[in-house]
Design a protein around this ligand. Structure first.
Ligand SMILES: Nc1ncnc2c1ncn2[C@@H]1O[C@H](COP(=O)(O)OP(=O)(O)OP(=O)(O)O)[C@@H](O)[C@H]1O
Length: 306
C-alpha cells in the first residue's frame, strides 16, 4: 500500500489541485493507498513518526515542496523500512531537480508506480545547540538561510507561484537580501581539521544534493550516496561581484571564481562571529552561531527517474 503525504498548501495552494489529479488516476487504476493532508508546520513529521513507529515496511509518497520532504524524512523512525517517492509540487523543487524527477505530476506518479529505479540516499544531520534536524537537500548558515526565512513570509512567492514562476522567489529575495545583509567572519572545519577562517562571508551551505534555492547548482559535484557532504563558502567578494556570480551558479560555473571555495567531508563544523539564520531544506531554523553537519548512519531508499 502507498501512503501519500500531501501538503495542500505547497506552491501557494496548488498542492491540493495536483492531488485531485493524482487521486483520480489512483481511483481509476484501483491502486490501494491512503492519504494524509498536512494541516500545519511539522504535522508531516508527527504523522510519519506515528506511521513508521509500527516497525512495518512503508512506501511513503510525498506531494509537496522540499520543505514537506524534509518534514517527512524527519519523522521516519527506521530508514531501512521505507521507500520514498516524490511528486514535486513546491516552489523550488531542488530535491526533484537533483534526481531529474519528472516535474509534471502525472508523469511523476507513473514513475513512482513503475518504481524501476530505486537508489540509496544519504541523509544529512544538522546539529545546533543540543538539537538535531535531518536534511535531504542542504543546510546553510547566512545569506542563503536569510533568503529562506524571508521566503516563508513573502508575498512575492504567492504572486510568482500564480504564474508558475515560484522558483524565481528565491532569486528575487536574494537581490533584496544582498543589499540588506553585511558579510561576517566565519570559520569552517572539515573532518576534525584546523578551522579555516573566512572574513567577509556571505554564506556557507552544506549540501547533499547539488542544487538549492530553486536551481542554484552550488555544489556541482555533490553526490547523494557517497556518505559525504559538499560545502560551498562564498566570501571576500564585493556585493557587485556576488550579483554577477549568482547567475553563473545556475549551471555550476561559479566554482571557477575566486571567493568561491568548495570542500567535502563527513563532519562539517561552522562558526560565525554573529548569530545568523540557518535553514534545513529551505525550512528556517532559528539564528545560530555554531552548527555542524554529519551524515546519518543508515541511507534511505528513494524512487528516482527511469
Ligand atoms: N496545511 C498547511 N498550511 C500551511 N502551511 C503548511 C500546511 N502544511 C504544511 N505546511 C508548511 O508549508 C511549508 C512549505 O511547504 P513546501 O516546502 O511543501 O512547499 P513550498 O514552500 O511551496 O515549496 P519549496 O519548499 O520548494 O519552496 C512547510 O513549512 C510546511 O510545514
Amino acid at each position: 500500500m502507498y501512503t501519500f503525504i500531501v501538503n495542500p498548501h505547497s506552491r501557494s495552494g496548488r498542492g491540493r489541485k495536483i492531488w485531485d489529479q493524482i487521486n483520480a488516476v489512483l481511483i481509476e487504476r484501483k491502486i490501494v493507498y491512503e492519504v494524509f493532508f498536512t494541516k500545519y508546520q511539522k504535522h508531516a513529521t508527527r504523522y510519519v513518526r506515528e506511521l513508521t513507529g509500527d516497525g512495518g515496511f512503508h512506501k511513503i509518497i510525498v506531494l509537496g515542496g522540499d520543505g514537506t520532504v524534509n518534514e517527512v524524512v524527519n519523522g521516519i523512525i527506521d530508514y531501512s523500512k521505507v521507500i520514498l517517492g516524490y511528486i514535486p509540487s513546491g516552489s523550488s523543487n531542488d530535491f526533484a531537480r537533483g534526481y531529474g524527477l519528472p516535474t509534471e505530476p502525472l508523469a511523476a506518479l507513473e514513475n513512482i508506480l513503475a518504481a524501476e529505479h530505486i537508489v540509496l540516499m544519504d541523509v544529512g544531520v544538522l546539529h545546533y545547540q543540543k538539537k538535531t534536524r535531518s536534511f535531504v537537500v542542504s543546510t546553510g548558515l547566512g545569506f542563503d538561510a536569510a533568503i529562506c526565512h524571508q521566503a516563508v513570509v513573502s508575498r512575492l512567492k504567492v504572486v510568482l507561484n500564480k504564474f508558475r514562476l515560484g522558483k524565481l522567489t528565491y532569486v528575487g529575495i536574494a537581490m533584496n537580501r544582498l543589499f540588506l545583509d553585511e558579510p561576517v567572519t566565519m570559520s569552517l572545519s572539515v573532518d576534525g581539521g584546523d578551522p579555516v577562517v573566512f572574513p567577509g562571508t556571505y554564506f556557507i551551505a552544506v549540501m547533499n544534493h547539488c542544487y538549492e534555492g530553486g536551481g542554484f547548482k552550488f555544489c556541482p559535484d555533490a553526490k547523494t550516496d557517497d556518505g559525504l557532504l559538499d560545502v560551498i563558502v562564498v566570501s571576500k567578494l564585493t556585493k557587485k561581484k556576488v550579483l554577477f556570480l549568482l547567475p553563473t551558479a545556475f549551471n555550476g560555473h561559479h566554482v571557477r571564481f575566486r571567493g568561491v571555495d568548495i570542500y567535502r567531508g563527513a563532519d562539517i563544523r561552522i562558526h560565525s562571529e554573529k548569530a545568523l539564520p540557518v535553514h534545513t531544506d529551505g525550512e528556517p531554523v532559528f539564528l545560530q552561531r555554531d552548527i555542524s553537519a554529519t551524515v546519518a548512519e543508515k541511507q534511505l531508499r528513494v524512487i528516482v527517474a527511469k
